[in-house]
Design a protein around this ligand. Structure first.
Ligand SMILES: Cc1cc2nc3c(=O)[nH]c(=O)nc-3n(C[C@H](O)[C@H](O)[C@H](O)COP(=O)(O)OP(=O)(O)OC[C@H]3O[C@@H](n4cnc5c(N)ncnc54)[C@H](O)[C@@H]3O)c2cc1C
Length: 393
């Protein structure tokens, strides 16, 4: 595959070390971890610790929090590289890089001190952001005028929370959480929700079921349960009932990094397809010499290059808003990359013939992984609807 569009020597050095990390720490273990029956066993805290040693867990943060303030474009390149090795590892770190950065921006100074310093000093610390609940998935993405069912009622000095979240990436393993809850029951999740900061082990806040996923298995997802959970006022992020403003600020980087993760899977599929078609002989010549396959390989490359260009443009503009940012860039790059990845993964299966259906080929894992971002970070159809809301129709 062509080199990612690298602009600086610093980016090259970072990407070289990410490639080393993937080949030494991720590739040798990914298939075995993916095959574990209990989803909890698919998660590797050792890999997170190895990523921390290379600065990959904190790189988006300021130096005082252990980072080097990588920009959105460089971070997107890193996330794509990680996903070439394994999608789950890419998601564990992408969530952590973007949510911790979001925390750095939206927490007040006291909250930053009590979360980002322990986060920096704990090499296994990862983080979660928690909106989805059984009754509200796409509603939260599009911003429909309905309330969250997870509620926090005002009491002396704080709030009493009850309800549950589900599908939350990293959550059974996370140390810190940003959680959206309804605090004004008369209003909708758009104008009546509050974002709360919580630490693992907070009384009344427990982990529920860990979801057994079809793919992206090296990342865990779980339910979060709140039972008469007292949350002090000091844990409100921003203003009470101001959750949507916090959520909106998270949107662009979330979508861009989700797109970068799934793009890495598309690249892994493409490389496998190219390799197999250059080796496998049918009809007296290599598959790559048959016009149907040749054209398919070229179309795969086109889909990858176009998705990457879209992601990189959105990533650059996310840091240079005055140069032409528009709000659809916070929804569409992931939709495009995930559709491309799904098409490329199914073609990869086809190009490998019967061999691709056998687990030993490693293609079936890529197909399971490729499905993850058709839904994660917003189902594509709902992202199209959200983007349409920013177009003057
Ligand atoms: C791997 C994974 C990781 C995730 N990680 C997180 C996380 O870290 N934090 C978090 O908060 N959430 C997370 N989610 C949740 C994810 O954001 C939701 O699954 C997603 O928003 C869809 O919600 P839903 O599953 O309830 O589907 P639903 O909202 O029930 O949607 C079902 C179908 O109906 C369609 N639909 C819904 N509304 C409309 C409409 N108005 N018009 C047309 N069609 C519509 C959808 O497009 C979809 O096809 C994760 C999900 C997955 C799969």
């Amino acid at each position: 595959m062509d080199e990612i569009f690298i602009q600086t020597e610093e980016q090259r050095a970072i990407l070289d070390s990410v490639r080393r990390f993937v080949s030494e720490e991720v590739t040798p273990r990914a298939a075995e971890l993916d095959a574990q029956v209990d989803p909890v066993d698919c998660y590797s805290p050792e890999i997170v610790e190895a990523a921390d040693r290379m600065g990959l867990r904190t790189m988006t943060l300021k130096e005082e929090y252990g980072g080097m303030e990588t920009d959105t474009l460089t971070t997107a390149m890193v996330i794509e590289e990680l996903a070439r090795g394994d999608l789950g590892i890419s998601v564990v770190l992408a969530q952590t890089l973007k949510i911790a950065k979001h925390m750095e921006r939206v927490l007040n100074e006291e909250q930053r001190e009590r979360t980002l310093i322990p986060f920096r000093d704990d090499p296994r610390a990862i983080v979660s952001i928690c909106g989805t609940e059984p009754a509200n998935g796409s509603n939260g993405i599009i911003g429909y005028p309905v309330p969250y069912t997870t509620r926090a009622e005002k009491t002396e000095g704080g709030w009493i929370a009850n309800g549950m979240k589900h599908y939350i990436s990293n959550s059974n393993q996370s140390r810190f959480f940003l959680v959206y809850m309804q605090t004004d029951p008369e209003k909708s999740l758009v104008d009546g929700a509050t974002c709360f900061l919580l630490e693992r082990g907070h009384p009344g806040f427990t982990i529920g079921r860990v979801h057994d996923k079809m793919g992206e298995r090296l990342a865990n997802n779980s339910e979060l349960l709140f039972t008469d959970c007292f949350i002090p006022d000091e844990n409100v992020v921003g203003e009470p009932h101001g959750g949507q403003a916090i959520r909106r600020a998270f949107g662009p980087s979330s979508n861009i990094f989700a797109g970068a993760s799934i793009l890495g899977v598309a690249v892994a599929c493409y490389e496998k397809s190219l390799d197999w078609s250059q080796t496998r002989v049918q009809g007296g010549k290599r598959l790559i010499e048959h016009d149907g396959i040749r054209a398919q390989i070229a179309e795969m490359k086109m889909l990858i290059d176009a998705s990457r260009a879209y992601i990189h443009r959105a990533a650059w503009l996310a840091d240079h808003r005055d140069e032409g940012w528009d709000m659809t860039l916070g929804s569409l790059p992931k939709a495009m990359a995930s559709q491309a990845a799904w098409k490329i993964a199914t073609w990869t299966l086809e190009i490998h013939g019967g061999h691709g259906y056998m687990k030993e080929a490693g293609v079936e894992k890529l197909v399971r992984d490729a499905a993850a971002f058709l839904h994660s970070d917003g189902v594509n159809r709902t992202l199209f609807l959200r983007a349409a809301n920013f177009i003057d129709t």
